[in-house]
Design a protein around this ligand. Structure first.
Ligand SMILES: *Cc1c(COP(=O)(O)O)cnc(C)c1O
Length: 232
């Protein structure tokens, strides 16, 4: 299958999931996850109309940012180290992976220094897997409150990476929990917090994620094909 066919089939699946769940098509945005993929492939997807791209490494995002059209919205979806914040803070449209107060403090410091307002999501480790980054659910509210008090930083919602599963139905409960946390936080009316976005769902489970309320889905393999980390 070509990238064009892949993208069309993802779009069809998205439309069907939106239809099934009675949601508004405008509320779901596809992020094409382009990590490890060359600029030429990203340009191809761009030419097919996609403007949101996701990268998990700062260096790779910054390199591609310089080589591709300026109206791309770059989403940083991978773990961010505090010492790399300064390189990406003015290039990422949204940082999905804020997983500690320490990281948020660094983002805030850099934002104030450069008079930026930085939009972030809080990553939640909803499955409790040890290999995963993210705030644990029992510390979520206090973490949100602490980060929301920092200058230059706006919490726009939550993000999660669900476990790798063969049957995507197994992740439905995790997505439903993220939706519940979103509602809980919204009801607290915290300053500088607007729960506009829920970033969840990848190639294996984005249909279920949409049914459970995802506003951003992050799809790599189903658009670009398998990744080969060896060639990099
Ligand atoms: C790589 C990655 C994705 C995309 O995964 P696919 O299974 O290829 O769709 C989504 N989210 C994050 C955080 C990733 O690192």
């Amino acid at each position: 299958m070509s990238i064009k066919d892949n993208l069309q089939s993802v779009k069809n699946n998205i439309a069907e999931a939106i239809e099934r769940s009675g949601r508004n098509p405008e509320d779901v945005t596809l992020i094409a996850v382009s990590k490890t993929k060359p600029v030429s492939m990203i340009q191809e997807v761009y030419d097919l109309g996609i403007r949101d791209f996701g990268e998990n490494k700062v260096q790779e995002l910054v390199d591609k940012y310089d080589k591709l059209p300026r109206d791309i919205r770059w989403h940083l979806i991978g773990h961010l180290q505090t010492n790399k914040v300064k390189y990406v803070i003015d290039k990422a449209y949204l940082i999905h992976s804020v997983d500690s107060v320490k990281l948020a403090r660094e983002i805030s410091k850099e934002a104030v220094k450069r008079s930026l307002n930085v939009n972030i999501l809080i990553e939640v480790n909803v499955s409790g897997e040890e290999s995963k980054f993210g705030v644990s659910p029992d510390r979520l509210i206090e973490t949100v409150e602490e980060i929301a008090a920092l200058p230059g930083i706006y919490i726009k919602g939550l993000m999660t990476v669900a476990p790798y599963v063969v049957d995507s139905e197994q992740n439905r409960e995790f997505f439903a929990q993220i939706m519940k946390f979103t509602v809980d936080i919204m009801q607290k009316n915290i300053d500088n917090v607007s729960m506009d976005f829920i970033s969840m769902g990848m190639s294996g489970d984005y249909k279920v994620a949409i049914e459970e309320g995802a506003t951003y889905i992050r799809v790599g393999t189903s658009i670009f094909g398998e990744r080969n980390y060896n060639i990099l």
